[in-house]
Structures are given as structure tokens and as C-alpha cells.
Design a protein around this ligand. Structure first.
Ligand SMILES: CC(C)(COP(=O)(O)OP(=O)(O)OC[C@H]1O[C@@H](n2cnc3c(N)ncnc32)[C@H](O)[C@@H]1OP(=O)(O)O)[C@@H](O)C(=O)NCCC(=O)NCCS
Length: 217
């Protein structure tokens, strides 16, 4: 018996929807936060410095340094005096800036240093870290900030100039020097809201991880 309802030949090929593949899940953009580092962050800070390539270590410390030097450097940080700001990507420390008062009597002068993990450079984190270190200096009535860099460190020289520091060369080292403004309520509020924002981001990340389907955890 002939089939009364023969299957219609597909005119335009199989239905479009059947050819659609599920979209590859896009990795969410990392959550970048900045906050003050404290004594308890020593291990993360050490890991960040030890993770710098030999070339970046030379640029950061203005001479080739080994692991032992870096361990001692982190051990010697005076957490009551220096302000260290960390840049985090999804909770992992990827860079920092340090504001180290250098004038023991008047405490009006400080040195600033910045470092960002190689994989995160060129994305504006160095600029943010430098700006926050200068903000920390301003909020502590430090009037003069200095930043030393090797003369071949074009990225740092560019950032220092963009932040208003004047560069002067001497024996292969460039010193960027700048004056800061006195603090205002706004500058104080900006600095002290950093930690609250970072805590809120950490809490949200924790909640997201808790509610994510098991396949995404
Ligand atoms: C220097 C350093 C902190 C910069 O961090 P970063 O996250 O790459 O900096 P940013 O992305 O915020 O900005 C880099 C800027 O330098 C510019 N730059 C990069 N390479 C450059 C070069 N060769 N010449 C001129 N400008 C350059 C970029 O265009 C960018 O400027 P823009 O924002 O106006 O475009 C980072 O490279 C680092 O950690 N280096 C090793 C440690 C170090 O050198 N520390 C400084 C001594 S304290």
C-alpha cells in the first residue's frame, strides 16, 4: 500500500535550528579590584615579586636581584610606615604600588614603586596603581614623591610623566619628582572606599561561586 503521508523531501535542507551548535561559553571578564595590602598579605606580595621575570625584576629594583633579596625586601617592609596597594584580578594579586616615606624627620617625602605581572601589563593597571600610590601620599600630607626607574623603562617613564612627575636623568637612572596637593575630604574618601569596594567584590564572587551550577565551579 502506498504511503499516504510520504515524508516530504527537505526543500532547504535540514531545519536551521538543528544545525545550530550551542555557543561556546564566553569566559567572564575578570573582576579587577584594588585595596590596601597589610602584613597578612605578605605571602601574596612575595609570590607576585618572585613571579616577575628577570627583566622585570631589573626594571623594578633597578638591578638584577635573586629570590633571597626579594624575600628579605618583603620581610623588611615597615607596614606601619609604607602604604602598599594591591591590584587583584578575580582575587589574585597581579600587581602593586608601594609608597615608602623616605624622610624620617618630616615625613614629607616618599618614594613610589610599581610592578604588574607580565600577563597583565598594558591594560591600565600600572597607571591605576601609580595613581593610588600618589593618592596615598597626598592623604598623608606627603608633599614630594619620587619614582626611580632605569632610563630604558619607557613604559614607566611614560606613566610618570602622565602623572605629572618631572623626569631627570643621572647615571642611567631617571628620577621622576612631583608635588602632591593637600588632602581633601574627597581624596580621603576615594582612598578609604577602596577596601570596602574590594570586600564587596569578594563577597559577590563568593556568592556567585556558591550559586553557580556544579559544571561551572
Ligand atoms: C612599568 C609597569 C608598572 C607598567 O604597568 P602597565 O600595567 O603595563 O601600565 P599601563 O598599562 O597602565 O600603561 C602603560 C603605558 O605605557 C605606555 N608604553 C608601554 N610601552 C611603552 C614604550 N616602549 N614607550 C613608550 N610608552 C610605552 C603604554 O602605551 C601605556 O600608556 P597609555 O596608557 O597612555 O597608552 C609594568 O610594565 C611593570 O611592572 N614593569 C616591571 C617593573 C617596573 O618597571 N617598575 C617600574 C619601576 S618602579
Amino acid at each position: 500500500m502506498p504511503d499516504r503521508y510520504p515524508t516530504k523531501p527537505a526543500i532547504n535542507g535540514p531545519r536551521r535550528s538543528s544545525t545550530l551548535q550551542p555557543r561556546a561559553a564566553k569566559a567572564p571578564a575578570p573582576v579587577i579590584t584594588t585595596r590596601h595590602l597589610w602584613f597578612g598579605d605578605k605571602a601574596a606580595l612575595l609570590a607576585h615579586f618572585l613571579g616577575l621575570s628577570q627583566e622585570d625584576r631589573i626594571l623594578r629594583f633597578c638591578s638584577p636581584v635573586g629570590d633571597r633579596f626579594i624575600e628579605k625586601y618583603v620581610d623588611d617592609i615597615d607596614w606601619n610606615k609604607s602604604v602598599v596597594i594591591g591590584v587583584f584580578a578575580d582575587g589574585r594579586l597581579i600587581g602593586c604600588s608601594e609608597m615608602i616615606p623616605t624622610d624620617p624627620r618630616w615625613k614629607r617625602e616618599a618614594e613610589i614603586a610599581v610592578s604588574i605581572d607580565a600577563g597583565w601589563q598594558g591594560q591600565g593597571h600600572g597607571e591605576t596603581a601609580l595613581r593610588l600610590a600618589m593618592l596615598a601620599a597626598r592623604n598623608r600630607y606627603i608633599t614630594t614623591v619620587k619614582l626611580m626607574m632605569l632610563s630604558e623603562n619607557r613604559a614607566m617613564a611614560h606613566l610618570a610623566q602622565a602623572a605629572g612627575l618631572k623626569l631627570s636623568p643621572q647615571y642611567g637612572i631617571l628620577t621622576g619628582t612631583g608635588q602632591t596637593m593637600p588632602p581633601t575630604y574627597l581624596s580621603l574618601a576615594e582612598e578609604f572606599s577602596l577596601d570596602a569596594r574590594a570586600r564587596r567584590a569578594a563577597a559577590l564572587a563568593g556568592l556567585r561561586a556558591m550559586w553557580a551550577p556544579p559544571s561551572q565551579v
